[in-house]
Design a binder for this molecule. Structure first.
Ligand SMILES: [Zn+2]
Ligand SMILES: [Zn+2]
Ligand SMILES: [Zn+2]
Length: 153
């Protein structure tokens, strides 16, 4: 990504007020200034990166692990959108059937994201959840029911 595009993108995603709230990372900046890995500060980063090989592979492993948790949960709950039948796991997510998703996620200790999937796994995939694609999930929360279902009536 060209630097100017990147800057514009960052400004879009993190407007000034958010940017000011962003935790400052003087230690990491110091590490980078010394030409060391921003993450561990022990070794030189890989060429073209700010993190060293070890930190990068650790980060990738975490991502893969999170991805695996997500896919395992989706597979467990059927692996297919309960509304429109979409099967591409990249577009699927878990929905709390009675609509208390947000509240329940809060109770689980995280308002959203990957932690949720690992907790589902720990709890042995409790009942009351279903697989929905992002479209149907968003539509359900917006209209109280996915238009796919309304159309069927
Ligand atoms: Zn490192
Ligand atoms: Zn769907
Ligand atoms: Zn739908």
């Amino acid at each position: 990504m060209a630097d100017s595009i990147k800057q514009t993108y960052i400004r879009m995603v993190f407007p000034a007020w958010k940017w000011n709230m962003w935790p400052k990372q003087p230690i990491r900046d110091q590490r980078a200034a010394q030409g060391l890995c921003r993450q561990c500060g022990k070794v030189k980063p890989s060429p073209g990166f700010t993190w060293c090989e070890t930190c990068r592979s650790k980060n990738i492993r975490t991502k893969v692990w999170r991805q695996a948790n997500r896919e395992a949960a989706i597979k467990h709950y059927g692996g297919i959108c309960n509304c429109c039948g979409k099967t591409d796991t990249r577009f699927l997510t878990i929905d709390h059937i009675d609509g208390g998703g947000r509240k329940h996620r809060k109770e689980l200790g995280n308002p959203g994201g990957n932690h949720f999937f690992s907790i589902l796994k720990k709890q042995g995939y409790p009942e009351g959840y279903q697989v929905l694609c992002w479209d149907c999930n968003c539509a359900k929360h917006m209209y109280g029911e996915c238009p796919h279902q309304t159309d069927k009536k």
